[in-house]
Design a protein around this ligand. Structure first.
Ligand SMILES: Cc1cc2nc3c(=O)[nH]c(=O)nc-3n(C[C@H](O)[C@H](O)[C@H](O)COP(=O)(O)O)c2cc1C
Length: 171
């Protein structure tokens, strides 16, 4: 049986939600990471991802400038880094320089960005298109290179409302 309720109540049932970290260089060449929940794969051939980013963040200008971005799938160990990247703006600080733990990067192989060394996987994307969607912009990226961690760890998810982050445990 279904009962009518308001959107904000109903949407609380969506968890767990995957967490990704998108990284694009700003006009000074500084890589800026942002934590996102609104992301999905949208094409198999060619492989493509879509991410939804609020126009008020610093990230849209970085993606438009560099025309590419990394999608990193953070590990459960990177919970604090994900919270940090998702609560501070690259307009104000160099997030990688200020991040204390589990934030090491290495240069991307095919795009002008960086990879997260401790992520479960990284996808290098070239910017294909952007579409306005309500109060967010959907950026579509085509994957041109992929890497996985040789030392696997569990992925990071949002487990419930209020950015409660952690690994999903099997029941
Ligand atoms: C778990 C989590 C998920 C988030 N998901 C999104 C999202 O899907 N889209 C978005 O625009 N912001 C999202 N945010 C907020 C941004 O990460 C945050 O506002 C960030 O500080 C913006 O950084 P920037 O100004 O450097 O671009 C999320 C934050 C957290 C902690």
């Amino acid at each position: 049986m279904q009962k009518q309720t308001d959107y904000l109540e109903a949407i609380k049932t969506k968890y767990p939600e995957q967490v990704i970290i998108a990284i694009a260089k700003d006009p000074t060449g500084r890589p800026n990471p942002i934590t996102l929940g609104w992301a999905m794969t949208v094409s198999f051939e060619p492989p493509m991802w879509a991410i939804a980013v609020s126009e008020i963040h610093y990230t849209p200008s970085c993606i438009r400038h560099s025309k590419c971005f990394t999608i990193a799938l953070p590990s459960a160990d990177q919970k604090d880094a994900a919270m940090f990247f998702g609560s501070r703006s690259g307009r104000d600080i160099d997030k990688f320089a200020a991040c204390p733990r589990h934030c090491a990067t290495e240069p991307a192989k095919k795009i002008d960005s960086v990879l997260l060394c401790e992520a479960v996987a990284n996808f290098e994307c070239t910017l294909e298109k952007e579409y306005p969607a309500g109060d967010h912009i959907i950026f579509i990226g085509k994957v041109v290179s992929s890497t996985i961690n040789t030392d696997p760890n569990r992925r990071l998810y949002t487990l419930g409302p209020g950015h409660k982050l952690g690994a999903v445990s099997a029941r």
